[in-house]
Design a protein around this ligand. Structure first.
Ligand SMILES: *[C@@H]1O[C@H](CO)[C@@H](O)[C@H](O)[C@H]1NC(C)=O
Ligand SMILES: *[C@@H]1O[C@H](CO)[C@@H](O)[C@H](O)[C@H]1NC(C)=O
Ligand SMILES: *[C@@H]1O[C@H](CO)[C@@H](O)[C@H](O)[C@H]1NC(C)=O
Ligand SMILES: *[C@@H]1O[C@H](CO)[C@@H](O)[C@H](O)[C@H]1NC(C)=O
Ligand SMILES: *[C@@H]1O[C@H](CO)[C@@H](O)[C@H](O)[C@H]1NC(C)=O
Ligand SMILES: *[C@@H]1O[C@H](CO)[C@@H](O)[C@H](O)[C@H]1NC(C)=O
Length: 527
């Protein structure tokens, strides 16, 4: 600010030599008003906190991961040709990551092989996501027949994952049970043996949202029983060399809710027995119901804030059983359950709540966030014609630019302007200086000025805006619409070099990534 005023004063001195004093005084007052009041009203400060205490957290290199719902297998992969090489083009920029294959229908899946044909019972289930809408709905009413996954489909899924730099996280059916209540693992072991024999890179989970089985399947598997079944799964995996050290994650409970505590109790009881067995603790999170939510929910910071309080509840449960060192994953997550909100969850407007989820999850030390879904439903990253949607572009930029080290930064602002800080991803466009990346957004209808305290040099700026409609399928980078080349090649993501002094600006309803080359010592790339 002072430098800025000094500059203005120097200019005014020059000016005073040639024009009358009166005009100069008016100009001086106007300039001071401009410099002091107008921007100051709107400026928000980012304070990068001293380097001694960071990184706050180091997230997994697979932090941003993706999901395919098991219902896609049940329905016979409509519009999703596993052998289409274009799919690899769309998935690869999101790798490395986990490709989770799961959801409600995982607990209806049977693996079949060594048969000439596998006839598919097409399900008539219309729900894509895993979360049962327990807000007054009867999920038992849904039709969920058993279905098969053939060895050919399984091999094709693995080939797709491998070519795109993904590791499959497969959700095993835990609802095939003996009359005494324990898990009948014959079919699961069949799949595990087959996968071992074909050297497939897979990690495992068992069941989907077990605390909601009563709603979804009119059946119950209590937490201690499920924990025992997880131990059984570990025993099975130890029999196969490929999976001796394979990860098991779970139990994929629904989001914690202080009003209806059953998910909290289930998670706690499960961990009391299976704490040692699981390598990461997974839970599912959605903000709202896709059938009832509106566009306002996608722009409401108090909705965004719910995630952090849920993370704190889960961390408390985990700490209460002494497992605070276990990684915590969002095992399945999106904006809205019940398949997303049509024309919102897959439009520009959903980018804010998605980037916020990534920022909040990283800042709170979650290791992995699995986006429901890559394909399928109204919350997908690409549509049924394999066109990338705005959240796909945000995910790709996140992957390219944002490094794993979370750096503490503090923003003095209203809730509608939010930023998160990490070290910049290594080798960003051959940009070798280590640097901090600030990413975030402004969901106000006016522009906002942001000052990075103590920093006045240049930044590399990526501003993402809509084409004027929040429910547009398009997204613009620094004013240019983002498109893939017809052969599926990514465009060059060209940043704009912008001077941070006296402040940077986030336009209304837009997102931003700023690479801030503070100094080579200021951000350690610890990996
Ligand atoms: C699906 O399989 C489970 C487990 O074997 C069984 O209990 C259930 O009745 C089957 N559902 C249908 C609709 O056949
Ligand atoms: C439940 O029944 C199965 C099949 O008969 C048996 O293998 C298993 O040991 C039983 N489990 C318990 C806990 O009794
Ligand atoms: C949990 O389920 C198992 C198998 O059905 C049963 O044997 C056991 O008694 C149940 N435990 C509790 C606490 O309900
Ligand atoms: C959970 O595991 C941790 C070690 O990973 C151990 O210290 C703690 O006591 C375990 N808690 C229970 C309830 O077994
Ligand atoms: C999106 O939602 C609409 C309305 O519920 C539904 O008809 C449509 O099939 C959904 N689209 C996809 C790709 O699932
Ligand atoms: C894809 O197309 C673009 C633009 O025509 C071209 O520059 C690029 O080399 C192509 N990439 C591949 C892999 O063919």
């Amino acid at each position: 600010m002072h430098q800025y005023i000094k500059k203005i004063l120097t200019k005014l001195q020059d000016c005073c030599a040639s024009v009358t004093l009166a005009i100069c005084i008016v100009l001086l007052i106007l300039s001071l008003l401009f410099a002091t009041f107008k921007p100051a009203n709107k400026i928000v400060h980012v304070l990068l906190i001293s380097r001694e205490i960071y990184p706050l957290h180091v997230i997994d290199k697979r932090f941003l991961s993706i999901a395919l719902d098991s219902v896609l297998i049940a329905e016979g992969f409509p519009h999703f040709d596993l052998k289409n090489p274009y799919l690899v083009k769309l998935m690869r920029p999101l790798g490395p990551g986990y490709l989770r294959i799961g959801g409600n229908m995982a607990d209806r899946l049977r693996f079949v092989h060594n048969i000439d044909f596998s006839f598919k019972i097409k399900t008539i289930a219309t729900e894509y996501d895993g979360e049962c809408p327990n807000e007054g709905h009867f999920c038992d009413a849904w039709d969920r027949p058993n279905f098969t996954m053939s060895d050919t489909e399984w091999m094709q899924l693995n080939e797709l994952a491998q070519q795109s730099d993904f590791t499959i996280l497969f959700d095993l059916n835990c609802l095939i049970r003996y009359p005494n209540g324990s898990w009948n693992f014959e079919n699961a072991e069949d799949l595990i043996k087959f996968s071992n024999d074909h050297d497939l890179n897979v990690i495992w989970e068992l069941g989907n949202e077990p605390n909601a089985f009563r709603h979804v399947f009119d059946y119950e598997v209590n937490a201690t029983q499920l924990a025992r079944d997880f131990k059984q799964l570990r025993k099975i995996l130890l029999r196969y060399p490929k999976y001796k050290n394979s990860l098991i994650v779970g139990p994929d409970t629904t989001r914690p809710d202080l009003k209806h505590k059953e998910s909290i109790i289930y998670l706690r009881d499960f961990l009391r027995t299976a704490n040692i067995t699981v390598d990461a603790i997974t839970w599912h999170q959605y903000y709202f119901n896709g059938k009832t939510a509106t566009i306002n929910d996608f722009l409401n910071p108090s909705v965004f804030n719910v995630l952090e309080s849920q993370i704190l509840i889960v961390k408390e449960i985990v700490a209460s059983i002494g497992a605070q060192l276990k990684p915590i994953w969002l095992g399945e997550t999106s904006s809205a359950y019940s398949g997303g909100v049509p024309d919102c969850s897959n439009r520009f407007v959903s980018t804010f709540i998605w980037l916020d989820k990534l920022g909040i999850s990283a800042r709170n030390g979650l290791s992995v966030v699995i986006r429901q879904t890559f394909f399928g439903g109204n919350y997908s990253l690409v549509d049924t014609n394999l066109e990338p949607l705005p959240d796909w572009w945000i995910s790709v930029l996140f992957k390219k630019l944002v490094g794993p080290e979370v750096v503490p930064c503090y923003l003095a602002a209203s809730d509608e302007v939010r930023v998160y800080c990490h070290c910049t991803q290594k080798n960003v466009f051959r940009y070798t200086l280590t640097s901090v990346i600030i990413y975030g957004f402004n969901v106000k209808n006016v522009e906002v000025n942001v000052r990075i305290d103590g920093y006045g040099s240049y930044v590399l700026e990526y501003i993402l805006t809509s084409d004027g409609h929040l429910t547009s399928r398009n997204i613009l980078l620094n004013g240019e619409p983002l498109h893939l080349f017809p052969n599926g090649t990514l465009p060059n993501f060209r940043p704009k070099v912008t001077v941070a002094h006296p402040y940077l600006t986030i336009p209304p309803y837009s997102l931003v990534f700023w690479i801030v080359p503070i100094s080579s010592q200021s951000c350690y790339n610890v990996l």
